[in-house]
Design a protein around this ligand. Sequence first.
Ligand code: ARG
Ligand code: ZN
Length: 867
Amino acid sequence: QTTYRADYRPPAFLIDTVELDFRLDPAATLVRARLAFRRNGPGPMRLDGQGLALLEARIDGAVLPEARLGLGADGSLTVADAPDSGMLETLVRIAPEKNTELSGLYTSGGNFYTQCEAEGFRRITFFPDRPDVMSRYTVTITADRARCPVMLSNGNPDGSGGNEDGTHWVRWIDPHPKPSYLFALVAGDLVDVHESFVTKSGRQVALNIWVRRGDEDRCGHAMDSLIRSMRWDEEVFGLEYDLDVFNIAAVSDFNMGAMENKGLNVFNTKYVLAKPETATDGDYQGIETVIAHEYFHNWTGNRVTCRDWFQLSLKEGLTVFRDQEFSADQGSRAVKRIRDVRGLRAAQFPEDAGPMAHPVRPDSYIEIDNFYTPTVYQKGAEVVRLIHTRIGAAAFRRGMDLYIARCDNRAVTIEDFVAAMQEASGVDLSGFMGWYDQAGTPELTMEDRYEPEARRWVLTLRQAVPPTPGQPDKHPVAIPVAMGLLDAGGAELPTRLAGENEAKPGTRLLMLEAAEQSFTFEDVAAPPVPSLLRGFSAPVKLKGVSQDRLRFLAVHDTDPFVRWESGLQYATALMLQMVAARQRGEAPGFDPALEEAVRNTLRGAEADPAFAAEALSLPGEGFVADQMEVADPAAVHAVREGLRREIGRRCGDVLRATYDALAEAGEYRVDGRSIGRRALRNACLAYLVAAGETGLAEAQYAAAGNMTDRLAALSLLADAEGPAREGPLADFHARWRGDDLVLDKWFSIQAMSSRADTPAAIRTLYAHPDFDLRNPNRARSLIGAFASGNPLHFHAEDGEGYRFLADAVIALDPINGSIAARLVGPLGQWRRQAPGRAALMRRELERVLAVPKLSKGTFEKASKALA
Ligand code: ARG
Ligand code: ZN
């Protein structure tokens, strides 16, 4: 059942061209495929398939007798005695309306959509469904004209026409060879919002966003983001779009965020539709990021693709890096970096420390769907960033040029990418391969000493990569440490390393390549304060920085990331002490430095409100619990709430003044500065409400002219008592019950409430008429939000949170195994919990595993979680 990276073999047959003929019908769609095949290596002709009813098979026109057709238990088709080349033709029947997995061809709201990555194409037709088989596709779609006025596929349109029987047809030709996972088809009653774009070499591109009637007024931001992405990729990487049309179709039933199918991206509506009344600033930013991400895949993923799924990060890590850089260029680079690091620590660090820990390039999998993970995506992007940091932007660009020139229209490996970077830069990058092949977050420890007589300062760095499942022993990796030195007054010092001729101003890069290395700095007049890992130059855990230094850096460092980070680490250490005190039964005191920090942040907030909002927010409960040997979610929650209340009380005057000063005047805008002002104002509101000023949130809820402010108020009120809570929640439901994406927020807010009755409320919401397990967004909005966003109640002492999650996973698995597998993850945290809760979690995992016919994906996650 397990697939191993080491077992890779080239395909026995290649397919040069594919002709697909669809006759769409929700209950019985016919798919005729004509594959021009050619032998490529040893082995039988084996075509992947899943749930396909085979009606006919021919080679070069001659019907294949049953005796030559082997149908495997997994649904695959083996053709005996296949010639070395020829035309294989199959006709199959599938039932899109019965496809609740949303993989392959399925219906949503009466329209047809596909999702083929990673292995969904085999649910449409028989094919060697692996990324190293690249073919040119011609697709003809026939359907009822009234039901499917719009019919789309990859590439450029190539004719259409009507039939006597009320059906019509269209043909699409994609001139670029591609793997089957990039195939797409969308058909139905859709309307489009359109624009056009002229590439730098003069190609006219028609841009279309296809949505349900009525959603046309919510596509502006997506379209604008697309145009900015296209321009940016030309300017920064010289990469131009390569077809005459670029289509995006939005669908409300979708397993992930979006999919980069060649010329026809399919998106979850969540990442397309936005207007100020319905979407938050976070939603707007999500749209910009995902639109950019999918667009950038056109080169990093589509033109240059992956040899096998173990190389997934080749396209995902690189493309996340590219979308991060794009977003950084749209607004505040520092705030973008802070948010990305926050996300990495919230999702990837725990994964790297848990039972599903795997390298950026995994060694094996049972279900590849389970490896679309924060490690492959976010850590993968960090590794690309390490290389970028090491060789610099100019060499990185040369490396990209070389990579694309060399690998265009090919299915390649991570070695091909690193080799291009190495050749273009002339820098030996072998030390970075460990980042791809070893799981676990490296720990970096610092120690320093000052030698007054010699005016010398010596920094010692040590690294250790912790053991992870299947990888007990680790090697050191290459860690670029961007750093600088400050004097006692907070001024940046020029630095000179032993052996260098002159001092350099500002940030410099130290390369830690061994387990331990010392760096000697000369001409240092007095003991300096080091600022390490500027911009988070490597995804590691830094240890050994004193609380005094953190407090100093939080105020004085020239690097905004380190300023934010130092405040965060200071507060984390403080909260851990407070949790320990609480566990001993002592009353935790209040550190006046926090009040000072809040006042200081608010004083300087005008310069960069978004940064101030980031600096104001305390470390999350999950992040703090992750730093403990044995997590204590209830104590962490109590400490954090206590701190919020205390800060709200002590700093009430300045918080209120800032809140009032930032009241939105004039038209609502979604530029970076406006978003930052709203974020800061809502951060102030949260503290004020924590200190008892519930009325302020009630007033904001009632008066809000946009979803950001409305939702910020509602999420605070969801923790309140009585009418302050019930009124707004009922109002929100009444107002938005017809809007899926907004209603998801209503579910999530209640799922994340800290109120004591939340575990019971979750069950009630699960039975609510608006709850629908089949819709992935809705399932995530309740089940996912609760299990991942409400540590307090998910880890309820009586195990009710775990029970709820297991019940939901068991109910969902037969409907959509891929979403069930994603949701089961939090039960794997049992190792960090106290023995009583750990036993309860294990019991639920066992209950999941006892279900007959469990999906491969859920089986893999639950069994690894338990192991
Ligand atoms: N390639 C898509 C993206 O990152 C995601 C596809 C996820 N597929 C899956 N089976 N989980 O843009
Ligand atoms: Zn992607």
